[in-house]
Design a protein around this ligand. Structure first.
Ligand code: FAD
Length: 456
């Protein structure tokens, strides 16, 4: 960074990350309120140590979301500078190029991301620049909720109770409508040159027809959810109904913040239904709480005794059948095909497909987590690994090891008329549909025998 710049003359940098919105956007609002001109930037960082590369569906989403953010910023009076590279170096270069005197960002909670932020903060301190971090993506930050003895929660229900007993999450901040944008041009890369979208083959048709990435799409989903709130409690477990919000990718990229969701729901007429919905939203908070305290969540068993789990050698054919939705179990296949087509899968079906992979096929949960990471539009650093470990039994407040979801029982319970299955598995009942890959009873018993070895 160039310490010879006149301190007061430079802009405030706003570094966008998982917070691609203009409303309830503390970093942006603080920069605007500081009275300095504002230079908005997004850095595609695929090379800092420990940063996990984005999956394919997330890359697609990010492309659309950045386009939408750039349009919204332009309407408000600012450009969006796009750069690629190790974030700490890129931000340092930008400070040098613009003479920025302050940097604002919203906090992230992964270990590698925090290390990058810390490096930048240290540099700023050394050079007399202001570095301000804010909370945009959680209701309660991981260090704000703890047990009476001061330790992190490892069980959800007391965590949820503690969240409710805390002061309510603060009100969302007003949307930024006018930005005094930094008018001296700095080079920006072309979004298309980042190749976040597939070209040939173009597998994103299903994503395009299903989603509207960006802040407007997120607000629309929230409005629809308020209208659908009365049906949530009963319908949320039913993949054949559209009872859930589908806010997850919007929350993942911060096109909407949880404070906005919380307060909108609290203002809704049906407080009981709202509370049921907010409980689910707090699973997201809990996953981040766990990620913060167990940074290797996507690679290490939370319960270390599971390190001794006797995973057999990987059966590549079985894995491929699961990925392609050709296991011969219609609910599993419907979920995996929905995922491939739309980048989404209903929560109940995620649990069933994950249980089938880890327990009926005895394939390591990390392999399933990686597939979801690549294919989900909501692939989330906390929620994905947290839930995989929950299903596998190795995680926090996890499903007990002996709980093996039976995909046929789940199908008759949660998709009683086969409407969901029929919409994704049109070949069911034809000669093209595969025979069952494994016997449910035998594979369940094999799983239980393997799990017995790590009980203790
Ligand atoms: C194996 C597996 C992997 C998963 N991977 C992800 C992931 O990568 N990203 C992700 O956002 N969710 C993940 N989930 C959690 C859950 O399936 C999705 O959040 C939910 O299906 C999103 O749909 P929705 O927005 O309509 O949910 P709604 O029912 O409308 O819930 C509202 C919001 O609450 C949060 N939420 C709901 N359920 C959970 C949960 N079990 N854990 C954490 N947060 C929750 C989400 O942010 C969601 O958008 C996973 C679940 C399983 C079983």
């Amino acid at each position: 960074m160039n310490a010879t710049q006149e301190p007061a003359s430079g802009p405030a940098l706003v570094w966008f990350r998982d917070d691609l919105r203009l409303s309830d956007q503390p970093a942006l609002l603080a920069a605007v309120d500081s009275g300095r001109p504002v230079c908005c930037v997004f850095v595609l960082d695929e090379s800092s140590e420990g940063i996990r590369p984005l999956g394919g569906a997330s890359r697609w989403w990010l492309h659309q979301s950045l386009r939408s953010l750039a349009d919204d910023l332009e309407r408000a009076g600012s450009g969006l500078v796009l750069r690629r590279g190790p974030a700490a170096d890129v931000i340092a270069e930008l400070v040098g190029e613009t003479g920025a005197t302050a940097i604002h960002w919203n906090r992230r909670y992964g270990e590698a991301e925090r290390a990058v932020d810390e490096r930048i903060k240290e540099r700023c301190r050394g050079e007399g620049l202001e570095a301000h971090s804010h909370n945009a993506s959680l209701l309660f930050e991981p260090w704000e909720v703890s047990t009476k003895s001061g330790s992190p929660y490892s069980v959800f229900t007391p965590f949820w109770r503690a969240c409710r007993e805390q002061r309510p999450p603060s009100e969302p901040l007003p949307a930024v409508r006018r930005i005094d944008g930094w008018d001296q041009r700095v080079p920006s890369e072309d979004l298309d040159s980042w190749r976040l979208q597939p070209t040939t083959p173009d597998w994103a048709g299903g994503l395009r027809e299903t989603w509207e990435p960006g802040e407007r799409g997120a607000a629309r989903r929230l409005r629809d959810m308020v209208d659908g709130l009365p049906g949530y409690a009963e319908g949320r477990d039913r993949p054949d109904q559209s009872a859930t919000s589908r806010l997850s990718p919007h929350l993942r990229w911060g096109e909407i913040g949880p404070r906005q969701v919380w307060h909108t729901m609290m203002a809704a007429d049906d407080s009981e239904a709202a509370s049921g919905f907010l409980r689910e939203l707090c699973w997201r908070e809990f996953a981040y709480h766990v990620l913060f305290h167990h940074p290797r969540l996507s690679t290490e068993n939370l319960q270390r005794k599971f390190d001794a789990f006797p995973w057999p050698p990987l059966d590549e054919d079985a894995l491929r059948a699961w990925q392609q939705g050709r296991t011969g179990y219609p609910l599993v296949d419907a979920g995996m095909r929905e995922l491939w087509h739309s980048g989404y899968m209903h929560n109940r079906v995620r649990m069933v497909t994950a249980s089938f992979l880890t327990k009926n096929l005895l394939i390591d949960w990390r392999i399933g987590e990686a597939w979801f990471w690549d294919t989900l539009v909501d692939a989330d650093p906390a929620n994905n690994a947290f839930n995989w470990q929950w299903v596998a039994g190795s995680g926090a407040d996890a499903s007990p090891y002996f709980r093996v979801f039976n995909p046929e029982t789940q199908r008759s319970k949660f998709d009683p008329d086969d409407r969901y299955v029929a919409s994704w598995v049109p070949d069911l009942g034809t000669d093209d549909y595969p025979a069952p890959l494994v016997d449910l009873k035998e594979s369940r018993e094999a799983a239980l025998a393997a799990y017995q070895q790590v009980r203790g």
